[in-house]
Design a protein around this ligand. Structure first.
Ligand code: FAD
Ligand code: SF4
Length: 397
């Protein structure tokens, strides 16, 4: 009998083989499966198609004339939230893990694609299909490295699962949405996180070694809204390093080329997105994109404190000034970096305006990177919303 799924005849690439997107590959995992058959259309770096997939997923693409949609994508609601009882060892308060556990416990899904770490290395990603709350909990906390989450896709078909939750970042979700109809599922739920400046495992080591006082004891870190990186160490101590003191000249090549060309910071194609950067310090930021996302969030409402999102300050000047500073790889002396951090924290952008600050800074940097390194991709790879955002600033050549 011939298969109605032509992809089953395709062969996954060997781990050592060069990926179709070459150096732009974000190791999303698709090419580790027979779904590589669809790579030309599905790969986020070969065929940027956010607008088309927004239409497919949310039944409309974002309204470019509405500032919050231009920046944060299609949504019906945004709130700030935190768990009343945070999950110990989660990245923030564990809203992502809690939603996944509820969905599994209620039987809405039979499995959850998420990423644990290997026994040997706390930051080495190990994607799994979790089928118990314990397996979901074992995946809590960010593995701040490129992670081949989609490498488990073949197992879904083999297991016969029909209802699935996938947790992932933008490039993984873009490829997933492109092959969604081939997965043979009755219902796919997608819980996304924002993502930016990701690195390979080797790049992560370099970042930790250049930036932290004790790279081997870091268990968790985050670029916080107070313009500092907070490193949490094994002994529970927190080390804070101001963004403006980063050794930009040494770190310029540390971020993966895929992430330097990515404009899907806010995970446009997930049903529900859980991050932090549009919320007050200590809170998580939730974007409900569609009815499925609302259904997912409703499952944990009784475990959450919530408040409306707010916005304060004006990011534009800070963004404009950061463009040439980054471009030239300027590093401030530590005392000046700390001072700048303190000043900007007092008067700088907060809430959604901080989210826009971060998006503007990364999109302008990435736009310049694409323009200089992949000029032939500029027109099609940069989505219309990103072109509009970048167009607000004066860029060097
Ligand atoms: P937890 O309950 O701790 O669960 C974390 C979940 O993340 C787990 O289910 C795990 O499967 C998944 N995960 C871990 N590592 C990866 C990975 N490498 N790829 C895919 N999935 C993974 N939010 C912002 O607002 N701004 C940012 O700039 C930002 N950058 C991020 C960069 C990365 C690489 C990642 C993974 C997340 C980023 N986030 C960002 C999201 C944020 O840091 C938290 O992950 C989110 O708020 C969820 O926190 P939590 O406590 O609810 O998650
Ligand atoms: Fe394949 Fe994913 Fe790499 Fe694209 S990003 S080449 S789909 S593994």
């Amino acid at each position: 009998m011939t298969s109605i799924y032509p992809h089953k005849k395709a062969k996954a690439l060997k781990p050592t083989s060069r990926r179709p997107a070459k150096e732009l590959c974000s190791e999303c995992g698709l090419c580790d499966t027979y779904y590589i058959h669809y790579v030309k259309e599905a790969c986020a770096f070969l065929n940027q198609q956010i607008g088309v997939l927004e239409q497919q997923t949310h039944q409309r693409s974002r309204n470019l004339d509405h500032e919050n949609e231009l920046y944060f994508g299609v949504h019906q609601d945004m709130i700030a939230a935190r768990k009343q009882q945070p999950i110990e060892g989660s990245q923030w308060t564990g809203i992502v893990s809690s939603i996944a556990i509820e969905m599994l416990n209620l039987g809405l899904v039979e499995g959850v694609v998420c990423v644990q770490n290997t026994k040997e290395d706390r930051f080495q990603p190990m994607p799994v299909i979790a089928r118990t709350p314990e397996e979901i909990l074992a995946a809590r906390v960010n593995k701040p490295t490129l992670s081949p989450n989609l490498s488990v896709l073949e197992q879904i078909e083999q297991s016969g699962m029909k209802r699935l939750l996938v947790i992932g970042v933008g490039c993984q979700i873009q490829a997933l949405r492109a092959v969604e109809k081939q997965l043979g599922l009755e219902k796919l739920y997608v819980l996304g996180t924002p993502c930016v400046d990701n690195v390979t495992r080797a790049g992560l080591q370099k970042f930790l070694e250049t930036t932290s006082r004790s790279p081997d004891t870091v268990v968790h870190y985050e670029f916080m809204q107070d313009f500092r990186i907070h490193f949490k160490h094994k002994d529970g101590s927190i080390e804070k390093v101001p963004f403006f003191g980063l050794k930009t000249n040494q770190l310029k090549d540390v971020f993966a080329p895929s992430c330097m060309t990515c404009f899907d910071y806010v995970n446009s194609l997930a049903d529900l997105v859980v991050g932090y950067m549009g919320a007050p310090f200590g809170w998580q930021w939730i974007i409900v994109r569609n009815d499925t996302g609302k259904q997912m969030l409703d499952l944990v409402q009784n475990q959450l404190d919530t408040q409306p999102v707010t916005s304060q300050g004006n990011r534009k000047e800070a963004v404009q000034q950061s463009i040439p500073a980054y471009d030239k790889g300027v590093t401030l002396p530590m005392w000046a970096a700390k001072l700048m951090g303190v000043v900007i924290e007092k008067i700088g952008p907060k809430g959604l305006e901080y989210g826009r600050f971060s998006i503007d800074s990364h999109f302008t940097r990435n736009y310049l990177y694409v323009k200089r390194n992949y000029p032939q991709k500029l027109a099609t790879h940069v989505p219309e919303f990103a072109k509009r955002i970048v167009g607000q600033y004066k860029l060097p050549n």
